[in-house]
Write a protein that binds this ligand. Structure first.
Ligand SMILES: [Cu+2]
Length: 138
């Protein structure tokens, strides 16, 4: 996985976000999850999981993510509980914040995110104090 894409701008993220919101807005069964089809070819795959219990995780190749190199990553997030969500936020080095899955819905969402250097956090919004994790991008 040496491919590096730098094409995903803030606008690209916005487009994905809009598509995601549209997919989440309707009934669960109608539209398939929005995938960032034309944005970029995607990056290194990261696997996010939230629920069904009060757990949240982010792994790469089966191992919990603690450090990453800056670049574009494809977040494949599986939300297993309607009471939980998966939000990604940059705490230092930028102000990115996006709900990769939303609280009322379940299912798997695929979102490409350009991770820039800094401290990042993922958490479940209603249970942020106990359901959270963090990693460093260098
Ligand atoms: Cu939760």
């Amino acid at each position: 996985m040496t491919t590096r894409t730098r094409e995903l701008t803030a606008a690209g993220v916005a487009v994905v976000l809009v598509a995601l919101a549209a997919a989440c807005g309707g009934s669960k069964s109608s539209a398939p999850p929005a995938t960032s089809t034309s944005a970029v070819g995607g990056g290194t795959r990261l696997t996010g999981t939230v629920g069904p219990g009060y757990t949240i995780s982010l792994t790469m190749g089966g191992r919990r993510v603690s450090t990453l190199k800056a670049g574009t990553y494809t977040f494949v997030v599986t939300d297993r509980a309607s009471i939980h969500g998966f939000t990604l936020e940059q705490e230092e080095g930028g102000d990115f914040e996006q709900d990769l899955t939303s609280v009322p819905s379940t299912g798997t969402e695929t979102v490409n995110v350009k991770l820039t250097k800094g401290e990042w956090k993922y958490y479940c919004p209603p249970h942020e104090s106990t359901m959270n994790g963090s990693f460093t991008v260098s």
